[in-house]
Design a protein around this ligand. Structure first.
Ligand SMILES: [Zn+2]
Length: 267
């Protein structure tokens, strides 16, 4: 090592204790320094400093400078290690951020899918609500063959309590609106008949049918088939007798055309 080049007996003891302390420190540092950089820098640095002692500077200062430069190298290593640690931390943070971002994107996608599902369900419910609130004619593509309150000996009351829809025997008869079947069976002059109570408290009646498809207590929806038309009971021929009523019993009839029109049915 270059320490041996210090001139012997220089008589300058002032800095000796400091030098030995620094040298010891240097030796300790050198012992743990493993890179070639430290060793190669140390010798010229000391040599240059040793040269400066020829112009009267304290030799101890040279060791201090070398130690300081070595300390600077160690510091650079420490800085590099610190930067590497910072880089690793930044990388870990970036990975954590990316993970969090992905989780957030997943959460948003799921929320969006849920919102879309709920919107579709709402639309379906609304569609169903509309369908259930819609009224239809009891026979498709038909027409009124006998008007409400038409006179004649045919009717016990002296006038027609409903309207007749033209319908060949076996034509599908529909519930005009959502409701509950309160009568289904033989109705005397009405033949095989069905009475439905609707949600607004009104009733509709369907008479002279050949066969019935519903029974008392059954819920029906608009357009649902409740039977097939015919000419049972007091009937002059196949048709559908249709009544609208404010109550379930005979005599509470109201104008069926006005009733159906008020529920949006075009006749
Ligand atoms: Zn009739």
């Amino acid at each position: 090592m270059a320490f041996g080049s210090r001139p012997a007996g220089s008589g300058k003891h002032r800095g000796s204790s400091r030098l030995s302390k620094k040298t010891a420190g240097y030796a300790g540092i050198a012992a743990i320094a493993t890179t070639g950089v430290v060793g190669s820098l140390a010798a010229p640095a000391f040599a240059a400093d040793n040269h400066s002692s020829n112009i009267g500077m304290d030799n101890g200062l040279g060791a201090v400078v070398v130690a300081d430069e070595l300390a600077g190298d160690i510091s650079e290593q420490a800085d590099a290690q610190h930067r590497a640690a910072e880089h690793a931390a930044a990388k870990a943070q970036a990975e954590a951020d990316a993970k969090q971002k992905a989780a957030e994107a997943k959460r948003l996608a799921e929320a969006k899918a849920k919102a879309e599902r709920e919107a579709a369900e709402r639309a379906a419910r609304e569609e169903e609500r509309k369908r259930l609130n819609t009224f239809v004619a009891p026979v498709d593509g038909s027409y009124v063959s006998t008007q409400y309150h038409a006179g004649g000996g045919m009717w016990s009351s002296g006038s027609h309590t409903g309207i007749d829809f033209h319908a060949a025997s076996g034509t599908s008869v529909h519930a005009v609106g959502v409701g509950t079947v309160v009568e289904a069976g033989w109705g005397g002059a009405y033949g095989n008949n069905v009475v439905i109570k609707h949600n607004d408290g009104t009733y509709t009646q369907y008479g002279h049918m050949t066969s019935l498809n519903v029974s008392v207590g059954q819920q029906v929806t608009p357009g649902q088939q409740i039977g097939l038309s015919g000419s049972t009971g007091n009937s002059s021929g196949p048709h559908l007798h249709f009544e609208a009523r404010t109550g379930s019993q005979y005599g509470s009839d109201i104008d069926p055309i006005a009733y159906l029109r008020s529920h949006g049915v075009e006749l």
